[in-house]
Write a protein that binds this ligand. Sequence first.
Ligand code: SAM
Length: 216
Amino acid sequence: MNKRRELVNTLRDMGYIKTEKVKKAMLNVPREEFMTPETRDLAYLDRPIPLKHGQTISAPHMVAMICEQLTLKPGMNVLEIGTGFGYNAAVVAEILGPEGHVYTIERIEALKKRAEQNLSKTGYTNVAVIHGDGTGGYPEKAPYDRIYATASAPKIPDPLMDQLKVGGRLLAPIGEDPNYQELICILRRGKTEYQTFNLGGVVFVPMIGEHGWPEE
Ligand code: SAM
């Protein structure tokens, strides 16, 4: 817990954590439970951790930034594209509380299974992990108050724009360069009215699927 507290304090001092709710959530979620046995000791370093299958666990500062930018509130209905091992979804679920729901989609089945185990052993029963191509969203539980992607696409997939509630907010890393993308924030103002903000440079693994990058 000391290491977790130290990391959270550092992220707050650096300006990534801005609100009490994100701070509390990151203090409550045991990040070590979302790591592989070999990388458990690295849980409280602020860096992305490589997983099998060429994927990564996002760095804690990126999780903090996403949670702050999403302006999450208890009870919201949220969609995540790119579950990985489930840590970011757990932090979001912690903020939403028992009345909220997180639907998270992962294209690699082995990661989906691992995330499900991690979320179950840490008690996040308000997160459903779905195996599939998240570029098509998850129409079954749409519309969403918030949608965020932790993998990058050349443009925002149309189905995600459609599945966002009017008044909702979407975050996704967008760009064609594998080493540089921009974190784009979309606010849906009306049925066909969307406002776009660029939150600056980031680096994420590619979002592979029908409305993202083609599989090689
Ligand atoms: N959210 C994770 C965390 O908490 O650390 C980080 C996930 S990692 C940066 C991005 C994930 O997106 C990878 O696990 C990758 O397999 C997944 N991914 C890529 N394309 C996808 C798609 N079309 N649908 C669902 N998941 C996808």
